[in-house]
Design a protein around this ligand. Structure first.
Ligand code: KE4
Length: 441
């Protein structure tokens, strides 16, 4: 693999064209590479563990479309299923067997799931799950955790108010204060803060929504007892527990975090892996709750392309392949090898770092650990990360272009790929340290 500079000199023509017609030149902000001081990367194709730019240069990919591609890019089983499905039509706007088959498979795999409603994005899934919790409890307030991301619905784009138990403030223009005041925000892994919020607002609390393994603040695992503690507090308060498993589903275990940690939520949201890269997500739970959703019940939610036949084909093919090969232990071992190698490279250079892997999700912070919450994650050295990131990219390794994202691994990544990555990591840490001494930004 060529290790020459992979970055064109200035904004390419495509970046200029993109910025002329799309805000920031991207379809989603994190793709703009802002935090790492680079121009947006344009992908041309992916194959296995690698993604390729327009010039044909390959990068070992640990973003994997932000999690969906657990079998790697263009997995043959998925491509064949989608190709075949497309020949029969792109969308029916009617029931079809594959959506039933995928819903049955999700119910079979995920402990807290009995019934499923498909939607087209994680945001749709979480906003619908919150609406269902409000419908089921007749209550309005929800509680979320700082650093957890559940998509861009108004209820979630909030930041903590002044006090721990106070209601939140908008975290984006366009989000009305009235919407934010229905969301409580407390630190991740902090059951005492949850107790304070529940003591103040418990009778109005419809749900607690949580990433059971936080993957949107870097990777922050739940502390022992945290998830079980949320389960008990919801039961005592009469609120529903929502596990946002859009990222952790079929990633930290076949049955997601609820299988791994043995804590069953009232509602589960899924996405990413269940669509294998196509726009598929879902909210799900026991029949008693899900039958409140129209047309079975009064809670309205709908979607033109929900249960799309190509997305269903992709998800079924990917989940069938996961069941056929059962790669979870091997993926977890390889992810741990990667993180251990990165931490060893940092330690041998005197660079403060901590991190871990949970299944095939992983993350490293450039700060002394441990990191239990978003405040801890924010202590990481963002300048060093940006220099290190650019050096890795120039050497052909594509990590998430933000210190506040998790990394992933696919079954297409080999031990040789991980070893090559660790070589690049060491070289890039040296380059980042040299750049710091030279005063380069
Ligand atoms: P989408 O609406 O982007 O499909 O899903 C929102 C969402 C919900 N819940 C969790 C736990 C998530 O991680 C996400 C989306 N994750 C980000 C990456 N951290 C998607 C990447 C992006 O925003 O472009």
């Amino acid at each position: 693999m060529s290790r020459g500079p992979h970055q064109p000199a200035g904004p390419s023509d495509w970046v200029r064209r993109a910025r002329a017609v799309m805000p920031g030149g991207v379809s989603s902000p994190v793709r703009a590479f802002g935090p790492v001081g680079m121009e947006p990367f344009f992908a041309a194709r992916g194959a296995g563990a690698r993604i390729f730019d327009d010039a044909g240069r390959g990068y070992l990919d640990y973003v994997l479309s932000w999690g969906p591609l657990i079998l790697g890019h263009a997995a043959p089983a998925v491509v064949e299923a989608v190709t075949r499905a497309a020949l029969d039509g792109m969308s029916f706007g009617a029931c079809h067997r594959r959506e039933v088959e995928l819903a049955e498979r999700l119910a079979d795999c995920v402990p807290g799931v009995e019934m499923v409603r498909f939607v087209n994005s994680g945001t749709e899934a979480t906003m619908s799950a919150v609406r269902l919790a409000r419908a089921a409890t007749g209550r309005d307030l929800i509680l979320k955790f700082q650093g957890c991301y559940h998509g861009h619905a108004d209820a979630f784009l909030v930041m903590a108010g002044s006090g721990v138990a106070t209601l939140s403030l908008p975290d984006s223009p366009g989000v009305p204060a009235a919407a934010s005041r229905l969301t409580l925000t407390v630190p991740y892994n902090d059951l005492e803060a949850v107790d304070a919020a529940v003591a103040e607002h418990g009778p109005r609390l419809a749900a607690i929504i949580v990433e059971p393994v936080a993957g949107n603040a870097g990777l922050i695992p739940p502390r022992d007892g945290f998830l079980k503690g949320l389960r008990h507090r919801c039961d005592r308060a009469g609120a529903l527990l929502i596990f946002d498993e859009v990222m952790t589903g079929f990633r930290v275990a076949r049955g997601g975090a609820q299988e791994r940690y043995g804590v069953i939520p009232d509602l589960t949201t899924l996405g990413k892996v269940v669509g294998a890269g196509l726009p598929v997500a879902a909210y799900a739970g026991p029949g008693e709750l899900m039958r409140r959703v129209a047309p079975a019940g009064p809670m309205y939610q709908a979607g033109t392309l929900s249960g799309n036949p190509l997305g269903m084909a992709a998800g079924l093919a990917q989940l069938r392949e996961l069941d056929r090969t059962d790669p979870f232990d091997a993926l977890a071992r390889r992810a741990s090898t990667l993180v251990d190698g990165i931490l060893a490279a940092a330690r041998s250079r005197g660079i403060p770092a901590c991190g871990t892997a949970v299944g095939s999700m992983w993350g490293v912070f450039f700060t002394e650990g441990p990191v239990f919450d978003f405040d801890g994650a924010r202590r990481a050295d963002a300048e060093f990360f940006a220099r290190y990131y650019r050096a890795c990219f120039e050497r052909g390794v594509f990590f998430a272009p933000s210190a506040f994202e998790a990394g992933f691994l696919s079954t297409a990544h080999t031990d040789a790929d991980v070893n090559e990555t660790l070589d690049v990591v060491g070289e890039s840490m040296d380059a980042a340290m040299d750049a710091a001494m030279d005063g380069a930004t």
